[in-house]
Design a protein around this ligand. Sequence first.
Ligand SMILES: NC(=O)c1ccc[n+]([C@@H]2O[C@H](COP(=O)([O-])OP(=O)(O)OC[C@H]3O[C@@H](n4cnc5c(N)ncnc54)[C@H](O)[C@@H]3O)[C@@H](O)[C@H]2O)c1
Length: 401
Amino acid sequence: MSHFIVIGAGQAGQSIVTTLRGQGFDGRITLIGDEPAPPYQRPPLSKAYLLGEMELERLFLRPESYYADENITLRTNAKVTGIDPKAKTVSIGDEVLSYDKLALATGSAPRLLPAAIGGELEGVYTMRTLADADAIEPEFREGASVLIVGGGYIGLEAAAVASKKGLKVTLVEMADRILQRVASKETSDYFRALHSSHGVDLREGVGLVKLSGDGRVKTADLTDGTTLDVDFVIVGVGIIPGTELAELAGLALENGIKTDLHGATSDPDIFAAGDCASFPHEGVQMRLESVGNAIDQGAVVAKNMLGQDVIYTPKPWFWSDQYDVKLQIAGLSTGHDQVVIREGDGTRSHWYYKDGQLIAIDAINDPRGYMVAKRLIESGKTADPDKVADPSTDLKQLMRG
Ligand SMILES: NC(=O)c1ccc[n+]([C@@H]2O[C@H](COP(=O)([O-])OP(=O)(O)OC[C@H]3O[C@@H](n4cnc5c(N)ncnc54)[C@H](O)[C@@H]3O)[C@@H](O)[C@H]2O)c1
């Protein structure tokens, strides 16, 4: 009987095994993860879970009984230590498992601050895993002072939770503006104003010089010359794709584990999906760090592991919850040459165009605008910018062109 092994029990790994069974694969499946919990959703960790508004079980992607019901061997707390592509085996310490097809869904790890600037002091946290969220949660005491390093989604979502819980929040972003890697200037402007209105001391173009303390962090020296007293620090300075096993196995790497349009690595029996994997897109090896990518690319990889011929076409979508604001993003705004702002009753959306073509939307409390733009983008259609900007235009009319 064929044995398919999936390394990495996150969103992409779950998508692969679910799709394998959904497609009728009746061979053996082993899903291996190094965390104690079964596959769970990460997005709520920096939002509802941290706020104490979500039970642990609701984080799980499937009830624990699912794996036995679907005859999937779920190995938790198991760290794969090596892959031998010639022998087609995977090692977990001394244990050796043989595979027919293998998928790497090894995700990513948070970038850490160097020990030389205090990154290893107690009270300095990253925010990626359930264990991270559980470790930080007790620090969220009303009146405590937190420094957040990094103005990406991790930093901003953590800042929103901290502010809501009555902490004194300072956030430093080294780049000129928050969200520079992932969003437009217009969207950065909106979120800067939102956080400032909630009392967050948000400093852009400011980095960290050093964290100090006797064992536990007490102060932070910043590049703007100030020194802050801090109770704890959250570091959200980006991620590093999980390529170590692939590298040890001699697989090709390029901006992550290099895959082709089918999600196959340089070894035809080994596939990769999710944060760890790059794929060809418009002349570059692109990597998308998102739940949507993990799910969609995972599904494509599963089908191709079964010998189908499915090509991965990314349809990027993201979301972020901060205070009472829901940001929904479809498409990629990179390279846009025009931004159209549409404002309605409590809604706002930024529509991005390149050479007259709608390429992305950032919708702020505007689920209808998001749905319409997402459909247009995914079907390669566009919408007249003047009509988009006019709040009296019925969104359904945009769909008709
Ligand atoms: N809602 C969502 O979609 C969501 C939520 C949370 C996390 N995530 C994802 O999780 C991953 C990690 O998130 P993230 O926010 O850590 O990564 P990120 O790469 O999106 O943002 C990191 C930010 O830190 C800044 N930075 C780097 N070094 C710094 C320093 N020394 N001092 C100050 N600023 C510094 C960078 O300029 C950047 O703006 C990303 O893929 C992110 O998209 C997504």
